[in-house]
Design a protein around this ligand. Sequence first.
Ligand code: AMP
Length: 402
Amino acid sequence: MDLKFEGKKTLVRVDFNVPLDDKFNITDDTRIRAALPTIKHILKNKGAVILMSHLGRPLKKLNEDGSVNVEKFTLEHVVKHLGKLLRKKVQFCPVTVGKQATQMAKALEPGQVLLLENTRFQAEEGKGDEAFAKKLSRLANLYVNDAFGTAHRAHASTTTVAQFFKPNQKSFGFLMQKEIENAEKVLNNPERPLTAIIGGAKVSDKILLLEKLIDFADNLLIGGGMAYTFLKAQGGSVGNSLVEEDKLKLALRLLAKAEKKGVKIYLPKDSTAADDFNARAKKANKFSKRIPKGWMGLDIGEKAQKEFAEVILNSKTLLWNGPMGVFEMKPFAKGTKAVARAVAKATSKGAFSLVGGGDSVAAVNQMGLSEKVSYVSTGGGAMLEFLEGKELPGIAAIKQGS
Ligand code: AMP
């Protein structure tokens, strides 16, 4: 962020896509808080800030007459709270581009903040449209992208707009910088052993990540629903556990690839199984490869928790994505909690730990352990793609020409 902000207007792409309740109150302002250091830095350096963001998917949920549901998706919902956090009045422009946006941007003084309406009210945003991006670029002299959560999308406000700024007129914001630096600590020359803990529902969502991890991790702990596809592929009886039948061959191929590369894959030896998918179901600890008919594995079991924790505690770098079980239901949250505690403990002993991806982040936050791991990523999908080794369009657009 070594741009000269003084006397200039800076267009800042932030991620204010916050959850709202029925009355449009913000229920979790983490994303807004994450953008504050960048905004405050520009204001402190006597610049003016023009903020843009998306909120939800308004074009997927149009009104019956085909119009945009402004009441639900307007970014005006965040104005008051943002003002409170910045201790400053935030101006709101009810359009994203056009005459009013141009006028309000022009009148903006150093130290002032203007928020534009939801970029996704415009179909051009998702298409990465050049004409729309050019209109956005004309509102300001400088461009800062601090929206890591959408850096994997080649949208107008995250990617295309950057081409209208020279290398010395554009930059990453502090949040984006931090996300990239922390992901690179795992990808580039990590301290070993490096252990990746991967969970969540499906193998199919994480094939690329698993492939990539087999290339550079030392240990791979696989939990969550996705473990049962591997266990079944190995000949286990997994009852009614979540299995992707069309991924059985892939699972075997991944296991063989890992063996060839000397990467140790740990599957849960036992599971907390239940006779139904609900919190009040009958439950019991079972060997994961011997789950009775009609029962399903909903969490890693006691032995697996111990084994996973041991591997974690002997690691120097940790990457965690995805819960170990159906952690939303208390009886099946123990495995995820055990892993969270082990990651926190390993961190206190000097390991570097990165937690990335929606549900594991929620689990760490719920347990109040977010301060006890090295870094919690704000970008679920974006972090996944970054770790898969893809060049994210939002990042490439800032680097271009520099
Ligand atoms: P993901 O978004 O892929 O990280 O998956 C998270 C979801 O996986 C959560 O909603 C969990 O409830 C679910 N999940 C984790 N373990 C299991 C399991 N053993 N069976 C079914 N769903 C699971």
